[in-house]
Write a protein of this length. Structure first.
Length: 167
């Protein structure tokens, strides 16, 4: 039987404690605490997918901290947060590359029949389960919005409506 992501994280936390790897131990303890809090709230053990969601949220928090620390001139704290992101990244699925995201966006637009920026929600609903934990939602949403706007403009121009750029 394969080991769950939750159990793997716990085993790694124990190993880090035994090897006295303080940064790794503390990072994994914080992640474990976040997982445990969700489990207590929901009254159930998390699945791998739910664990990835929690870990993704932890990474997002740390990315925001890195930006704040760099803005405040605290490169030492930003470097620590970056190290924590790398540790948590070991437990997340492989991130999608730019070409893979572009291909998924095109596939999502085709699959949902989206034709205008008003269809953004429909496309994102199709894309979210496919990109969760593997691509930044803001980036994906921006790419979808851009693609839909271009498709809308192309359709607008093809219909012969003001292709000269004037309003």
């Amino acid at each position: 039987m394969p080991v769950s992501l939750r159990d793997r994280l716990h085993d790694e936390m124990t190993a880090a404690t035994r090897s006295r790897d303080v940064l790794r131990r503390d990072t994994l303890r914080m992640a474990w605490a976040a997982i445990y809090a969700v489990e207590k709230r929901d009254g159930a053990t998390l699945t791998d997918e739910q664990t990835v969601t929690v870990l993704t949220r932890e990474v997002k928090t740390r990315r925001e901290s890195v930006d704040a620390y760099r803005t405040g001139g605290r490169e030492d704290l930003a470097a620590k947060e970056q190290a924590e992101i790398a540790i948590l990244g070991e437990f997340l699925p492989r991130p999608l590359g730019p070409d893979e995201v572009d291909a998924l966006v095109a596939e999502g637009i085709a699959a949902t029949g989206a034709t205008s920026p008003r269809d953004l929600g429909k496309v994102m609903a199709w894309l979210s389960p496919r990109t969760r934990g593997r691509a930044d939602g803001k980036v994906v949403s921006g790419l979808v919005a851009k693609a839909l706007a271009q498709a809308d403009l192309a359709a607008h121009d093809a219909a012969g409506h003001g292709g000269d750029g004037r309003a």
